[in-house]
Design a protein. Structure first.
Length: 139
């Protein structure tokens, strides 16, 4: 019989931009769900944050940060039309590049990942309370 399990993870980063490995938290929720076969959705519920899958390697994370800053630089804030009350237009663009969500297969009660794959929460306008939805469906 198909089951559905829903939880939210909450974040309040110390820095404006940060990458946080949330794989362990998602795996813990998967175990709690009891679902053995299905799909796991992990979704950033804020338009200045991201969820993505990649390697947990500090050099790569530094490269992501540098690359994103080249593609959507924070400064000059006056170059963005969105910056009318907040100065986070670049964070919206960084989120668009890195993605909104991850859908991972669940097989034999585990995330069915390839080598080195991990789930990350990417924060681009932090230092305030934000959440990530984890929804697992299956049997």
């Amino acid at each position: 019989m198909m089951k559905s399990f829903t939880r939210e993870l909450w974040f309040n980063t110390k820095k404006p931009k940060e990458f946080i490995n949330i794989t362990g938290e998602v795996e813990s929720l998967l175990r709690e769900s009891g679902i053995q076969e299905g799909l796991c959705l992990v979704n950033a519920m804020h338009i200045t944050a991201s969820v993505f899958v990649n390697d947990d390697e500090s050099g790569l994370h530094h490269d992501f940060d540098a690359w994103l800053e080249k593609l959507a630089p924070h400064e000059p804030v006056a170059s963005y039309r969105h910056n009318t009350g907040e100065v986070n237009a670049d964070a919206h663009m960084k989120r668009q590049i890195m993605g909104r969500e991850v859908v991972a297969a669940v097989t034999a009660g585990k995330l069915h990942f390839g080598p080195w794959e991990q789930i990350f929460y990417g924060e681009f306008d932090g230092q305030r309370r934000k959440r990530v939805l984890v929804k697992i469906i299956g049997e």
